[in-house]
Design a protein around this ligand. Structure first.
Ligand code: DX5
Ligand code: ZN
Length: 215
């Protein structure tokens, strides 16, 4: 049974507290940070994360789409993130290793993400230390884009490595996830499904989340 992580990028920000309440049967709450540098778009950052932390006990799954994220790791940990994921393309190998170790020293889970054009190999130097791998199934930057099917092979490849090495690392997929694409991702080996439009665009969100969880 996969975990589900609604992305509040697709929520109505004028009533964020109620929107979060409406998805509370999900496993994680996905929080997309965009800096206008690593991706073109700008979303939200520390003050919003602190506010979200105050109104929910859900596991906050922070996805940093920012350049040189290592410099911000401690602040996102202190602002209330539980799982903090950054992009392998945005950091040096040395900073990536240090940031993962720092997250663990703060008692947080560490995730590393790869964009669609980045091969699974980019994760290998860190895989033994990661709690989560985020395979982007769209180009990061915007919600509501179409799922890139070629990413299923990448998910399957990472699932093989994780299972062969008996690692506990989760595989999360993000972008264009709906019942149909989620099913394919779970079959390929993903166990955390991020969904923005698909969940926040539905009126009975709790029921939709349960459906995704039962795939
Ligand atoms: C995209 C973000 C996603 C986004 C997904 O860059 O990382 O988390 O919110 O949105 P949907 O599910 O609408 O594609
Ligand atoms: Zn995301």
């Amino acid at each position: 049974m996969p975990k589900v992580a609604p992305s509040i990028l697709a929520a109505d920000f004028t009533r964020l507290k109620d929107e979060i309440e409406s998805v509370k049967n999900a496993d994680y709450l996905h929080f997309d940070v965009m800096d206008g540098m690593f991706v073109e778009n700008i979303s939200f950052g520390f003050p919003v994360l602190q506010a979200v932390r105050k109104v929910t006990d859900m596991t906050l799954d922070v996805h940093l789409m920012v350049q040189s994220p290592a410099r911000y790791i401690e602040r996102f940990a202190k602002a209330g993130g539980d799982i903090i994921t950054f992009h392998s393309e945005a950091e040096t190998e040395e900073n990536t290793k240090n940031a993962i170790a720092d997250l663990h020293s703060f008692g947080k889970k560490a995730g590393l993400s790869i964009k669609p054009n980045t091969p699974a190999d980019a994760i290998l130097p860190y895989i033994d230390t990661l709690d989560l791998i985020l395979v982007m199934t769209v180009e990061p930057g915007y919600g509501g884009q179409g799922f890139i099917s070629d990413m299923l092979e990448k998910v399957a490849c990472l699932r093989n490595i994780i299972d062969n090495r008996n690692l506990k690392c989760e595989i999360e997929v993000d972008g264009g996830i709906n019942l149909e694409t989620a099913k394919k991702c779970v079959k390929a080996g993903a166990n955390v499904l991020v969904a923005g439009e698909d969940i926040f665009g539905t009126t009975d969100r709790a029921a939709h989340i349960s459906k995704l969880q039962s795939l």
